[in-house]
Design a protein around this ligand. Sequence first.
Ligand code: SF4
Ligand SMILES: [Zn+2]
Ligand SMILES: [Zn+2]
Length: 299
Amino acid sequence: MRCRVCRDRAAVEVRRHNAAFCREHFVEHVHRQVERTIHEFDMIRPGERLLIGVSGGKDSLALWHILTALGHRADGVYLDLGISDYSDESLELTRSFASERGLSLEVVDIKESYGFTIPEAASRTHRTACSACGLSKRYALNEAAVRGGYDVLVMGHNLDDEAATLMSNVLNWNVGYLGRQRPVLPAKPGFVKKIKPLLRVAERETAAYAVLQGIDYEVAECPLVAGNSLNRLKEWMVELEHRSPGALSQFVGGFVRDGSALFEEESNVDLHACQRCGRPTTGEVCAFCRLQLRATEAR
Ligand code: SF4
Ligand SMILES: [Zn+2]
Ligand SMILES: [Zn+2]
């Protein structure tokens, strides 16, 4: 295999682009994909302050690296979910990444800030760990961005993540979620703008990028992943892409271009302030506050 650009020996094959690249040109290719995505969806405007949610995994650290290389200054926020050694190790890797590059990192310990760890929330509320975790991450990341006065919250969701989420929303005909599954969720009262610049980069590409750039990331899987239904869908998506290269970018790209607008109406729900925390919600008390109440109530 030869690099499409310089004809040197290729390091990475990207089958959906029918191409292979050497190290240098693969890095350029990934940067171009992200730059194009940011530009096409007008994700970042001059002067906006960026906060990136980092987990210590390949996607978020690779994206932080890419944004920096593209000239975007982003601060990081790491949520300590209290998942035993996994959280400690991921935090260490994230801290080293940030300090080696002179990047600013805030650490939010959810036990200290909200009174529960993810394993505690899961066992006390009888939710799956991943559903308690997803809800907590969405809430706490937005909270950190609002508190810090940031304009944009950057998320490291890659093409495979978006395809799995889209498939899950279609399988369940979750029309409200389909209307909200967009590369940019504009700011609204109580929420900062949320963007997903890795929309065009597959997971195996962020992994290859991280390795080629010498990024030390958490390779271990979260010990609670077994209950993650989205993860199972992602495995199917990877299989689909393997059999039919390009299928995922067609699925996600087509939805973003032509599909999501069809569901926009469904996602326009009336929001009012949560009686407990004041954040916008459809009910009287928001889902996160309900989780927090149950996860911290005296037993
Ligand atoms: S696998 Fe589940 S519990 Fe673990 S970090 Fe991911 S969403 Fe959270
Ligand atoms: Zn090359
Ligand atoms: Zn609330």
